[in-house]
Design a protein around this ligand. Structure first.
Ligand code: ZN
Length: 380
């Protein structure tokens, strides 16, 4: 069966699957394509925090365990004409060898490339090392879909011992590591009153000593060797502190003071002691303390077989690291042999008039085809 990567990308982009809306229709479309190739499909549905239905799928072509897994997400960041788009972001436009539209690069184009590569094979071609395709929702929202798949999928268990490619755009260069993610939200509560009465409680007062402690942690992560990793550029990550009291009038005592922290831990670095230090201080000051989806970074040793295979198949010499995160945050807890490798340039992700070169998508199809042949057909 032959699929055209440009045509399929256009079809996938035509579904608006911004992370706050449902991704079910586009995922059902992908499931139909995968079924027509011969994939067995596992569905993992859930409702997100706003009660919006979401769907992830895992498909398997062939028999056995391990093999190769190609991973993509089908949610996109929002796109509105008011942001300055030249044309409807959900109608792909072709010009100068490029496709323009929301998600052509991040990452419906790369997802289409994986499906086109898979379409060249039949289940009977892959009778000892199977091909898996994973499609997640909510990658842009702390990789919620990938966590659902990691926790619930039976097929992912079968795939876990094999090779995995996270097909996010890397210009077809091999990426062996990315940073992790950590979010904190700390809230102080006060009592509103006109400031002339002395009857209010200013929530910011309780927050001030907490912020001082956060500033100390920021100094620590930016200067200590322990939190430094020369494989990354930059080699440190900040303990990024946000403050907000939402107060609309200066003559009313603020009732809510919220501090948010965002941090990108280096792979292999345990940030639990920092979280505990923050939690202890919050408890001391009577603040509410919440931690959001801590995820370890992705790290596959540069000399690991999957990295070496990927270098060979891409014809490149050196693997690199990237500062952004992917669904790998979740998948790395199940799969040990993972790299990020996909067509297109991450610089175009999340932009107005997002684009991808058609040539990159075609090269992506060729590369994924070589990978399937190497791992699943030749069993190497
Ligand atoms: Zn992406």
């Amino acid at each position: 069966m032959k699929l055209d990567v440009v045509k399929l990308t256009k079809e996938l982009v035509s579904y608006n699957s911004e992370s706050l809306t449902t991704n079910v229709p586009v995922t059902e479309h992908v499931a139909r394509v995968m079924k027509s190739i011969g994939f067995q499909i596992e569905r993992l549905a859930y409702d997100d925090v706003n009660g919006v239905p979401k769907l992830c799928i895992v498909g398997k072509l062939g028999k056995g365990r391990g093999g190769l897994t190609l991973m993509s997400h089908d949610d996109v960041v929002p796109a509105k004409m008011e942001q300055g788009w030249t044309a409807d972001p959900y109608k792909v436009r072709t010009a100068g060898g490029k496709l323009y539209g929301r998600g052509v690069c991040d990452m419906k184009g790369p997802l289409a490339a994986t499906l086109c590569a898979a379409a060249a094979y039949k289940a009977k071609d892959l009778d000892s090392a199977p091909l898996f395709i994973v499609v997640t929702a909510d990658e842009e929202i702390q990789a919620r879909g990938a966590w659902e798949v990691t926790k619930r999928s039976k097929l992912l268990q079968e795939a876990a011992g094999g090779y995995g490619l996270i097909c996010e755009p890397t210009r077809l260069k091999v990426v062996y590591a990315h940073k992790g993610s950590l979010g904190l939200r700390v809230t102080a509560r006060g009592r509103a009153a006109h400031t002339s009465t002395l009857k209010g409680t200013n929530a910011n007062l309780a927050m001030i000593p907490f912020l001082a402690e956060m500033a100390k942690i920021n100094d620590l992560v930016l200067t200590s060797k322990r939190y430094r990793n020369e494989e990354f550029n930059p080699p440190h990550s900040e303990w990024s502190i946000g403050i907000n009291d939402g107060n609309v009038a200066t003559n009313i005592s603020p009732v809510n003071s919220v501090c948010t922290v965002n941090h990108r831990p280096m792979p292999g670095i345990d940030v639990a002691p920092l979280v505990e230090r923050a939690r202890k201080k919050a408890r001391e000051l009577g603040l509410k303390f919440e931690v959001f989806r801590p995820g370890n970074g992705l790290y596959t040793a540069p000399d690991a077989p999957i990295v070496q295979t990927a270098l060979k198949l891409t014809g490149t010499r050196q693997a690199s690291t990237v500062p952004y995160g992917t669904d790998g945050l979740a998948f790395t807890t199940k799969m040990k042999s993972l790299v990020v490798l996909g067509p297109g340039n991450i610089a175009q992700a999340h932009t107005v008039d997002e684009w991808v070169e058609i040539d990159q998508l075609k090269k992506g199809v060729e590369l994924y085809t070589r990978f399937i042949d190497h791992v699943c057909v030749q069993g190497l």
